[in-house]
Design a protein around this ligand. Structure first.
Ligand code: SF4
Length: 253
């Protein structure tokens, strides 16, 4: 299973650009995510309000564990796995990408809000950052150099729960990340990354979104901080979302 060099990360057309084995793995990830999310969200809909958010947080964690396991299995078993691992430049303390705009699904936003709900410092940080990032484009966000409010002492404070897009961004070149941070620009060469985790993450996101859509739940992606803030701002957010209301920002991240 090789690195996916030729494909657009946003596109998710399984009919082109992937080997048969890759298509099978992505399809399995998407279908599994869809089935599991549908079961859990249906159950959460009728659960007492006190455990709805807990159920959704568990759904997110199960999904990202599957994502991590698939990536690790690839790195362990593929002929190029050791070479890819040796090239990965991401290290604890390197935080350039934590100044970028992060796009998440609604399940992820609810799960991360749940993870920080008992931490007044992190919750207050998110609530304070939300108005600062509201309405900023991805470029304006980089130019403003606003760090993710979940970043603490050079590390992600919700590392186990971090969004799929954060865990799937794996750089081969720290100088390219630094350059993007120091000189944000609308047009620049794509930084070299290990792309396969992004396709797995997209498959996972797509499966969960399919389940939300089938259950008539709001299912757009949204900016991370805005999503978490929406949950923290109103204790009825999750119950109203599960009841089919449009409660999260609908504008693109
Ligand atoms: S959630 Fe964690 S990994 Fe993602 S941008 Fe924020 S601090 Fe960085």
């Amino acid at each position: 299973m090789g690195e996916a060099k030729r494909r657009k990360p946003g596109g998710f057309d399984l009919t082109t650009g992937f080997s048969e084995a890759e298509r099978a793995q992505l399809s399995q990830m998407r279908t599994g995510a869809y089935r599991h999310a549908r079961t859990v969200l249906e159950r959460a809909r009728t659960a007492p309000a006190a455990i709805q958010q807990h159920e959704i947080a568990a759904l997110h964690l199960e999904g990202v564990r599957a994502l991590d396991a698939s990536t690790e299995e690839l790195l362990r078993s593929a002929p190029a796995g050791a070479a890819i691992t040796a090239k990965i430049a991401c290290r604890k303390g390197c935080t350039f990408c934590c100044h970028s705009q992060v796009e998440v699904g609604i399940v992820e936003a609810i799960a991360i809000a749940h993870a920080i709900a008992g931490n007044p410092d992190l919750s207050a940080g998110v609530r304070a950052a939300a108005p600062k990032v509201q309405g900023l484009s991805a470029l304006a966000r980089m130019q403003a150099r606003i760090p993710c409010p979940l970043l603490r002492d050079g590390a992600c404070s919700v590392y186990a729960d971090r969004p799929r897009s954060c865990r799937a961004l794996t750089s081969y070149d720290v100088s390219a990340c630094e350059d993007e941070f120091e000189r944000p620009a609308a047009e620049r060469a794509r930084r070299p990354t290990f792309t396969w985790p992004r396709y797995l993450a997209t498959a996972l996101t797509s499966g969960v979104a399919m389940a939300c859509s089938e259950l008539k739940l709001q299912s757009n992606t949204l900016e991370l901080i805005a999503g978490i803030d929406t949950v923290l701002a109103d204790q009825t957010t999750v119950a109203r979302w599960l009841a089919g209301e449009t409660v999260f920002p609908v504008s693109p991240a």
